[in-house]
Ligand binder design. Structure first.
Ligand SMILES: *Cc1c(COP(=O)(O)O)cnc(C)c1O
Length: 369
């Protein structure tokens, strides 16, 4: 029998044409590439302290044979209690990443305008494009501050969605109270503001709480938060979206897959909320290290924006992929930035003190020549 002729299935052009997501290199790939075992994984903003022992204990009693709760009832109740918002306005996701996709799917029609900033978080653009939207970006200022007047000009065009990560990934800084208020005053009633607060737990006390601030406005908004960073649960995939109203939350629920948050992730997230003392002490230590590393970077004559996160964004003056190779040969993974205009920047996660010292030693070799 002859094999039937293979026909190329027509693809969804919005999806087929997507730019790739720039994910950090994994540890095994870095071991193979560098020939070293002792990899310092500083590319993905994970918590080097692991997670609360209360989480690991809770995971031991898991029953994997039952489907997870599609409504994430216990987790949403715990979040509702912690945040002081109705559980009906919260949707849990397979990482907050999934919530970016679900919000786009719930809201966007082909041709819609979506706006964000540059440099920014890749998925804000990718998920919008996947739904046929046009994406326009507002550049950050040359000194790596948010360009608030340019953001306001963009908001006056009433995009369907405006995505903003504050604290910014990759830059690290956050909108202060005055700038946030100016931005909010410019959001049109037809615009959904998606404020991505993946690094909220790392911000300094003088920074505004985006969720609390947005709750007092009459705008349509989504606040995204995650268990991946401060709580140390990146591998389990759990985050959440809080929304301005229940109608939006219902639409986002309809746009996700039914059993999107697996049973282990739900148990772990609830346990993590029961031991916030662990998270707070880990974050305090990481912020202390952040200051130490930032000072050392500045002492080399290199600049990094004031970080409100667990990473630094540094102009190393080398093409970022060349810089990555240099770090890899020292057993260190960093994230080379690839957006136009920022291709001499790397983003480096704050690791353990030992990992940070290894990073600084390798950076000194670059700074020296
Ligand atoms: C890490 C990160 C996320 C994704 O987090 P997950 O919950 O792991 O999907 C979302 N937004 C920003 C800005 C991030 O840096």
């Amino acid at each position: 029998m002859t094999k039937p002729l293979h026909t190329e299935i027509p693809l969804n052009p919005h999806v087929a044409g997507l730019p790739p997501y720039n994910a950090g290199m994994n540890i095994v790939a870095a071991q193979n590439h560098s020939g070293r075992q002792d990899i310092a994984a500083l590319a993905s903003n994970e918590n080097p302290d692991g997670c609360s022992p209360h989480v690991t204990a809770a995971l031991a009693s898991l029953n994997p044979s039952r489907y997870s709760d599609p409504a994430c009832t216990a987790l949403r109740a715990a979040l509702s209690h912690k945040l002081g918002v109705p559980a009906e306005s919260i949707v849990a996701g397979n990482g907050s990443e999934e919530m970016i996709a679900a919000v786009c799917r719930a809201v966007l029609s082909p041709g819609a305008l979506v706006a964000t900033v540059c440099p920014g978080f890749g998925l804000h653009e990718i998920e919008a494009l996947a739904n046929g939207a046009r994406v326009e970006k507002v550049a950050m200022r040359a000194d790596l501050e948010f360009d608030v007047p340019a953001i306001i000009t963009m908001l006056e065009r009433a995009p369907a969605i405006f995505f903003l990560s504050s604290p910014s990934n990759p830059v690290g800084l956050a909108l202060d109270r005055k700038s946030l208020d100016r931005v909010l005053a410019a959001v049109a009633p037809q615009t959904l503001l998606v404020l991505d607060e993946a690094y909220f737990e790392f911000t300094d006390e003088d920074m505004p709480d985006g969720l609390a601030t947005l709750s007092t406005t009459g705008l349509s908004w989504v606040v995204l938060r995650t268990f991946s960073k401060a709580y140390g649960l990146a591998g389990l995939r759990v985050g959440y979206a809080v929304m301005s109203d229940v109608r939006l939350a219902r639409a986002v629920t309809a746009a996700k897959t039914p059993f999107n948050v697996n049973a282990a992730a739900q148990v772990a997230a609830v346990a993590a909320l029961e031991d916030e003392a662990w998270m707070r002490s880990s974050v305090a230590a990481l912020k202390h290290e952040r200051a130490r590393v930032a000072d050392a970077v500045a002492a080399m004559g290199l600049s990094a924006a004031r970080s409100q996160t667990n990473f630094l964004f540094i102009d190393v003056g080398w093409e970022s992929r060349t810089a990555l190779d240099h770090f890899l040969s020292n057993g260190i993974i960093v994230k080379p930035w690839k957006e136009g205009g920022y291709d001499t920047f790397i983003r480096v996660t704050i690791g353990t003190p030992l990992e940070n010292d290894r990073f600084l030693d390798a950076l000194r070799a670059i700074a020296a020549g």
